[in-house]
Ligand binder design. Structure first.
Ligand code: F6R
Length: 644
């Protein structure tokens, strides 16, 4: 995640009465950062450039929320600037400290970055070999030095090192940006300023968001239009592998071949207050739309130069991992359902028994844990007290703990022996959506990692599964584009219903549980999830005329599972249920028994939950909205449950 903002304009004082004398650039950066704070808030910083003075490039940064940066700026009182770049951070490489906050400086320039540079380890060795000392643990500082090394060479070759013409310096920085970004693997939106070109910002992007804001005598850049919508509504797109030069009155964009291109422009229709939610009504809706990115980012950078899977922090000896004879997943709520999905995949791939334990239950019974047990703690926040206590309890008994968490440097991440981060970005809505998909993705990575390490799967088999996972973001995009509107209509139509059932089999079972939980928590409706096979053992007594029943149908390519679930649909329909069936595209066997069918792109069985849960999330949000409820902050709940 992370949010970035850039501004270039004339040397004018701020128009904001709250920031007299600090200049227009700083006013724009602070406003943009406050609107982008939802993208990350563990540190923030700005770099400002002015055309004269002794120190023409000033950077100010601070760990913690934006208010800490404001306080640091009050103390530093930087002079008005002609260009500025700002950043609000969601830590990926390196903890949430002031040293790791952006911008990062190298020589005459400063850089902000959103994304993950996968080959940063080898590049870091290269810049250190060139005599550079790095002050942070970030991938971004490596890029700043690479850029400065290249820029310095070009200045020397052009004979410009002494008295530099700002326009020539800006043109050389564009060349450097093109040369350096061609060497980067991973994702990035990068903005750079140099004191040698005080009226310019040079930028580039690949797979991380970046948009241009076109003003009158000033121009803007942002991770999304929220960054500048308070100042201009004229926006322009940036495509992958394009390099940009912004001045106060010009925007030049080059494509990967080095040809100048005209970016597509549009008029932003949001008002500034909607912008933090990316134009969606609620954070929950925005976060559902973040899901393709959350899965893609969680998969990013996981394969090393030898083609082997790597985790983020591993302090467990591989010999210990080879010897484990049991995995216990400890988690709560949605995170526990992600663990439940993982059980099917890990047992199938690694032939290790996996138990799922609600963290609060695990802690207070007498679980059988030994040095051969791997405890896997799954948590979005990394601060859920029940899960923290479960990790401590397991470790006290000799188990190693591996954390799957979304929040860098959180308690669970710090206390565990190994960490696999889900790169879902900050989740603001109380009801978890994108974190669930990222947790399932990370669990699959863990399963494949163990299968690779223990020799349960051949490298080509692991590569096959990874390829299938790599296709999930595009399938999620398609699902959202094709199904969202009709699911929302259904949510509005069923807003008066007081009870719902959700049925699933195999990996569809935890999806059914999660569908029921979403509806309970955001729409305050009674909802139950059941294993479809359990129906006849009691719950079918609940079925009466008109009761809406969601059924998650496995792919027809698994006829044993599929045909059983079709029978379950018939059983509830025969008793008057209104059936809402989630089925694979082309599965016509469901049609005669479904009142509504929601179609999902074909996917291998184990990965089915990544798609089938999405309609249930959308449905819960739509139904809650139709009832006029506060979708993002449901009653009685908190985002992070830090008490037992
Ligand atoms: C449901 C939800 C909760 C959390 C649970 C664990 O939408 O958000 O059930 O999943 O409280 O929270 P974390 O993952 O932060 O440990």
């Amino acid at each position: 995640m992370c949010g970035i903002v850039g501004h270039v304009g004339p040397l004018t004082p701020s128009t904001a009465s709250s920031a007299p004398g600090s200049g227009r650039s700083l006013e724009v950066l602070l406003d943009g950062l406050s609107r982008l704070e939802y993208r990350g808030y563990d540190s923030a910083g700005v770099a400002l450039v002015r055309p004269d003075g002794v120190e023409r490039l000033t950077t100010v940064k601070a760990a913690g929320k934006l208010d800490n940066l404001r306080a640091a700026l009050d103390a530093a009182a930087p002079a008005p600037a002609t260009a500025g770049i700002g950043h609000t951070r969601w830590a990926t490489h390196g903890g949430p400290t002031t040293e790791n906050a952006h911008p990062h400086r190298a020589g005459s320039l400063a850089v902000v970055h959103n994304g993950i540079i996968e080959n940063f380890r080898s590049l870091r060795a290269e810049v250190e070999a060139a005599g550079r000392t790095l002050l942070s643990a970030t991938d971004t500082e490596v890029v700043a030095h690479l850029l400065d090394l290249d820029f310095t060479d070009r200045l020397a070759a052009a004979g410009e090192a002494g008295t530099v013409d700002p326009d020539a310096a800006a043109a050389l920085l564009v060349e450097s940006m093109r040369a350096v970004t061609a060497r980067l693997e991973g994702t990035f939106a990068l903005l750079a300023v140099t004191e040698l070109a005080p009226g310019a910002i040079v930028a580039a992007r690949r797979s991380s968001p970046l948009v241009i804001g076109l003003g009158e005598g000033e121009n803007f850049l942002g991770s999304d239009v929220a960054a500048f919508v308070a100042f201009t509504t004229h926006a322009a797109e940036v495509d992958d592998d394009q390099v940009l030069l912004l001045t106060a009155d010009s925007v030049t964009v080059w494509d990967a071949a080095g040809d100048v291109v005209t970016p597509r422009q549009w008029e932003v229709s949001w008002d500034a207050s909607a912008a933090v939610k990316g134009g969606y009504d609620t954070f929950m809706d925005k976060e559902i739309h973040d899901e393709p990115t959350a899965v893609a980012e969680t998969l990013l950078g996981r394969v090393d130069d030898r083609g082997e899977l790597v985790l983020d922090e591993m302090r467990i000896d591989p010999a210990v991992l080879r010897s484990i004879d049991k995995i216990i997943v400890v988690a709560c709520g949605t995170a526990a359902y992600a663990g439940h999905v993982a059980k099917y995949a890990i047992e199938h791939w690694c032939r290790i028994p996996v138990e799922i334990e609600l963290a609060h239950e695990f802690r207070y019974r007498d679980p059988i844990v030994s040095e051969k047990t791997l405890t896997v703690a799954i948590s979005q926040s990394g601060e859920t007290m029940d899960t923290i206590q479960a990790v401590r309890h397991a470790r006290e008994q000799g188990s190693r703990a591996l954390a799957i968490v979304n929040t860098y440097g959180s308690t669970i991440a710090r206390e565990a022996d190994a960490v696999l981060y889900t790169h879902a970005g900050p989740e603001v809505a109380v009801a978890s959506t994108k974190a669930f998909l990222a947790q399932i993705t990370a669990c699959y990575l863990l399963g494949l990692y163990l299968a690779q390490l223990r020799g349960n799967k051949w490298p080509d088999e692991v590569a096959d599964y990874l390829e299938n996972l790599g296709k999930m973001p595009a399938k999620l995009e398609r699902l959202l584009a094709e199904q969202e509107d009709s699911i929302r209509e259904l949510g509005a139509q069923l807003a008066d219903q007081t009870s719902f059932l959700f049925l699933g089999r195999h990996v569809g079972y935890p999806v059914a549980l999660e569908g029921a939980l979403k509806l309970k928590e955001v729409a305050y409706v009674h909802a139950e999830g059941f294993a479809a096979g359990e129906l006849k053992h009691g719950p079918i007594a609940l079925v009466e005329d008109g009761l809406p029943v969601f059924v998650i149908v496995p792919t027809p390519r698994r006829p044993v599972l599929h045909d059983k679930v079709i029978s379950n649909i018939q059983e509830v329909r025969a008793r008057g249920a209104r059936t809402i069936v989630i089925a694979e595209e082309g599965d016509e066997a469901v049609t005669p028994f479904a009142d509504t069918v929601i179609r999902i792109p074909a996917t291998p069985t184990l990965m089915w939950p990544l798609l089938t849960v999405v309609p249930l999330q959308i449905f819960a949000s739509a139904l809650a909205k139709a009832k006029g409820l506060d979708v993002d902050q449901p009653r009685n709940l908190a985002k992070s449950v830090t008490v037992e």
